[in-house]
Design a binder for this molecule. Structure first.
Ligand code: ATP
Ligand code: MG
Length: 407
């Protein structure tokens, strides 16, 4: 059984909006155990939409579309889909009444163009829209299932959960379960080199991907039910973790800050941070996580040298001798903020975020009862300020993780 997604909207092609419907639908279909083998996007153009629909229906059993069901002239998905399926469009009195009520309730009058939202294919099924005007449509014909969904995510997502999912249950043969192994410090290719042979496995599949200076491995198992899928995935997950060692910071844990806050809570330790180049990013990412108040003492954004000296108490001679972006200053920042915060762990980051020559260099340091440890980071990206700040903060958090895991 093969499924594909076809997203309709010129604004998607122009990059005006991000195609979150494709992500949402892909995830939901995977959870149902239905393989999505193609995704495509086409503009609000009748010829190209028709062509894309014909191609999709030729090679796939289930086709889901998003967008173009609204009242305006560029909303053409319903009409074209019915032409392709050979279905006549008829006005549905019930939907028309609902539309009229919708506008009356908002104290406005329905314009004529809205009436086309009440058109349904003769042998189609209507999927109610509780969050907007355009209903969705399902057509099952000649062994194919075509489902049209509205574009706005706040309409599409509930409609999928309420109406489409139950409809597709009959096609679902089993489930696809995914787990993600999160690693830091290893690049994507270094990670791949260590686990290359496992990536040839067909079930579970093992796929690497990289995001913001981190490398992930996704392990997906397909089976009749969840328990069986877990059993298939387990030995491979274990093997991956064994091979990647302490580069692994978590399984399905979302982010390094989640892993760190969880570990701090587990070990009953507190953290204080002193930030220069990250400008509050560290404190922000830690306090994004519920439960941070139990483990986070304080964050000091000591951006200028003057504040590094006066508020943190970094020694003037250290700043002069080594400059603000140095291992020595990072270490003193970590030591001092730990004292100020009365915390078990002090953490610091100082560097050049850029853009410009030399950017991407930063020093991070951690101070605890075990002493002070620092690390130099070179992202090699002189133009990417956001990336440099993000990675600097991530790697600093990773120092805390390694410390708490006794690595
Ligand atoms: P409407 O009745 O609002 O016109 P529609 O079904 O005709 O709905 P579109 O006109 O294609 O849908 O898109 C309406 C809005 O929905 C877009 O402006 C965009 O904000 C959002 N949208 C459409 N497609 C997507 C998508 N694939 N991912 C995320 N958002 C989308
Ligand atoms: Mg529209």
């Amino acid at each position: 059984l093969v499924c594909e997604l076809l997203c309709v909207g010129t604004e998607l092609l122009l990059g005006d909006i991000l195609n979150t419907n494709a992500q949402f639908l892909s995830r939901e279909m995977a959870a149902l155990g239905i393989a999505v083998l193609h995704q495509s996007t086409v503009g609000d153009n009748p010829l190209r939409l028709r062509e894309a629909l014909e191609t999709a229906l030729e090679r796939s059993d289930i086709v889901l579309t998003s967008g173009g069901l609204g009242p305006t002239a560029d909303d053409i998905t319903r009409e074209i889909a019915c032409e392709v399926m050979g279905e006549a469009l008829l006005a549905d009195a019930e939907i028309l009444a609902k539309l009229e009520a919708f506008f009356t309730a908002r104290g406005s009058r329905m314009t004529d163009n809205n009436k086309k939202q009440a058109l349904v294919p003769q042998n189609g099924r209507v999927l109610e829209n509780h969050n907007g005007t355009a209903p969705g449509i399902c057509m099952e014909k000649n062994g194919k299932c075509l489902i049209l969904l509205p574009g706005p995510p706040r309409e599409l997502e509930p409609m999928f959960r309420e109406s489409v999912k139950p409809l597709l249950q009959k096609y679902a043969d089993g489930v696809i379960l995914s787990h993600t192994v999160h690693t830091m410090l290893l690049g994507e290719s270094a990670m791949e080199a260590r686990v290359r042979d496992l990536m040839d496995s067909a079930n579970p599949t093992v796929a690497p991907y990289a995001k913001s200076g981190e490398a992930y491995l996704r392990v997906s198992a397909k089976a009749a039910d969840l328990q069986q899928a877990e059993r298939i995935a387990a030995p491979v997950l274990q093997e991956l973790q064994a091979r990647l060692g302490n580069a692994v910071y978590g399984l399905d844990c979302g982010s390094i800050e989640i892993a760190v806050v969880r570990l701090l809570a587990e070990k009953g330790k507190t953290l204080a941070v002193a930030e220069s180049c990250t400008g509050g990013y560290l404190a922000k990412r830690i306090t994004d996580i519920p439960g941070a108040s139990q483990v986070f003492a304080c964050g000091i954004v000591s951006y200028s040298n003057d504040i590094k000296r006066r508020i943190l108490g970094v020694r003037a001679q250290t700043l002069e001798a080594y400059s603000a972006v140095s291992e020595q200053v990072a270490c003193e920042m970590a030591q001092r903020v730990r004292q100020i915060g009365g915390a078990d762990i002090g953490l610091a980051a100082t560097g050049y975020a850029g853009p410009g020559e030399g950017a991407g260099l930063s020093y991070i340091a951690i101070d605890s009862e075990d002493g002070t440890r620092s690390e130099c980071i070179q992202t090699g990206r002189t133009q990417d300020r956001d990336y440099n700040r993000y990675v600097s903060a991530s790697r600093a958090l990773n120092l805390v993780r390694l410390f708490l895991q006794g690595a």
